[in-house]
Design a protein around this ligand. Structure first.
Ligand code: SAH
Ligand code: SF4
Ligand code: F3S
Length: 442
């Protein structure tokens, strides 16, 4: 093992990026590199960055900067920086000027070419900068070194066409491209044969899957995947309320393989703000989709993303959001303070909201949602639920996993349980997570 070169990948951002790091890891494995957690041992360190909010960028800048010392100590260390942050227009040049010790700068569009970039670097002293302006065709041949067993991420589409006015993603991920249905289904089949127990389909807007293909929709795709034989859960993210329709809801209701949780980002509850955000639905549209979903699947768990402090957001607008959160009763909510992203229409809008106002608003939401989660957790007491065991928490010395609604539970066992479906009786409820005892290993 000692002769092998070692790599470390540091990932920021969403599941899409987590999965893309699995592709970079796959490429490096093919070149006979092995993974290490220890930066000091690494021969190559790759940053897979995010730029969705300013703080995501700041973290990446800080961590890249901190490596300067390591680079001085080990002249052969290769540092590569890629992902959404570097894909921003004009970014690579100024980044190179500020961080000249970074060896490879690449974007989101040429990740599958990473092998070539690394080989170029190994035979050159110069920094290799390659950020393509345009997205290429979908590459199906990149191997993945997966590290999320028993879950496996599967891309169904890349890019985004929605141009929500606050969002940088369409600029750094390009236009929406759907993978061919046959490629997706074959990948899912082989993952299930390999023993993966949860498949999570990925797209910025999974509901518009197939708009650029003939004769397929997201609903028809998940119908086919859920018919694959085997014991697995099917999940997907993210949904867009404007494209979330009855055909899909019916497909969700029909299969018991599909997990009973839907992530349906609402962003805001004020129609005026939703319009400024270019979300293309109203508060009423959103609520009626929630009602339809609950009509077909009464116990469905709905989670969401909410943003506060969008330009011109008044107290009244915020209360519309707050009241919508109360009305829906989300099983979980990711809350964000609006962050101004250069190049997006919202960054140019008048009426940017002061930070302290946004902070107060987000705190009110978080407090409400935490209390709601605590109350919901209590309903689990003394119930037995089926958990997919996902991992082991070394600190707590307990296994952890989630039920079909996405609720996390911890439990002890002296058996090896990762990747097994386990019936767990809940004996204690706290905040979001639950504590239980194993009743049966399936
Ligand atoms: N395509 C997905 C995910 C987008 S990023 C979707 O549409 O849901 C995840 C979340 O980050 C978004 O839902 C939004 O709530 C938040 N986000 C995006 N841009 C942001 C910005 N400029 N400031 C703050 N939060 C942002
Ligand atoms: Fe961004 Fe909107 Fe696309 Fe989501 S749907 S990635 S929020 S532009
Ligand atoms: Fe994801 Fe961040 Fe890019 S959220 S798509 S890694 S900007």
């Amino acid at each position: 093992m000692e002769n092998y070169k070692k790599f470390k990948i540091i990932t920021y951002g969403c599941q899409m990026n987590v999965h893309e790091s699995e592709k970079i890891a796959g490429i490096l494995s093919e070149l006979n590199y092995v993974m290490t957690e220890d930066e000091k041992q690494a021969d190559i360190i790759v940053f897979n960055t995010c730029c969705i909010r300013e703080n995501a960028e700041d973290r990446a800048f800080g961590n890249v900067g901190a490596l300067k010392k390591l680079k001085k100590a080990n002249k052969n260390l290769i540092i590569a920086v890629g992902g959404c942050m570097t894909q921003q227009k004009g970014f690579a040049k100024s980044f190179h000027e500020s961080y000249p010790f970074v060896d490879i700068i690449f974007g989101t569009h040429n990740l599958d070419n990473f092998k070539l970039l690394l080989q170029k670097k190994l035979s050159s002293k110069k920094t290799i900068i390659e950020v393509l302006e345009k997205e290429g065709s979908i590459c199906e041949t990149t191997n993945k070194l997966r590290s999320s067993y028993p879950n496996a991420w599967v891309n169904i589409s890349y890019g985004c066409n929605n141009f929500c006015s606050y969002c940088i993603v369409p600029y750094v991920r390009g236009r929406e491209r759907s993978r061919k249905e046959v490629d997706i289904i074959n990948e899912c089949k082989s993952l299930i044969e390999d023993g993966y127990k949860e498949i999570t389909l990925l797209g910025q807007n999974v509901n518009s899957y197939g708009n650029d293909l003939e004769g397929v929709t997201f609903a028809s795709l998940i119908k086919k995947i859920s018919q694959i034989e085997g014991d697995f859960r099917l999940s997907f993210m993210t949904n867009h309320p404007k494209d979330f329709n009855e055909e899909l809801i019916k497909a969700l209701a029909k299969s018991d393989k599909i997990s009973k949780r839907v992530h349906l980002p609402v962003q805001a509850g004020s129609n005026r703000i939703l319009k400024l955000m270019n979300r293309k639905y109203t508060r009423e549209d959103y609520l009626s989709k929630v009602n339809l979903l609950r009509k077909y699947i009464p116990d469905i768990a709905i989670t969401t993303d909410i943003m506060v402090g969008f330009p011109t957001e008044t107290e009244e607008d915020f209360m519309d959001t707050f009241n919508l959160v109360k009305e829906v009763g989300f099983s979980g909510a990711f809350t964000f303070v609006y962050s101004r992203r250069k190049g997006t229409p919202a960054a140019e809008m008048d009426g940017q909201i002061p930070e302290d106002v946004s902070k107060n608003r987000i705190m009110a939401l978080i407090d409400y949602q935490n209390e709601f989660n605590r109350e919901e957790s209590k309903k689990y007491l003394n119930k037995t639920v089926e958990i997919l065991c996902e991992g082991y928490d070394d600190k707590k010395k307990m296994y952890l996993g989630r039920d079909t609604y996405g609720r996390m539970a911890y439990f002890s066992s002296d058996k090896e349980l990762i990747g097994r479906f386990v019936d767990v009786k809940i004996i204690k409820t706290g905040g979001i997570s639950l504590l239980g005892e194993v009743v049966k290993v399936k």
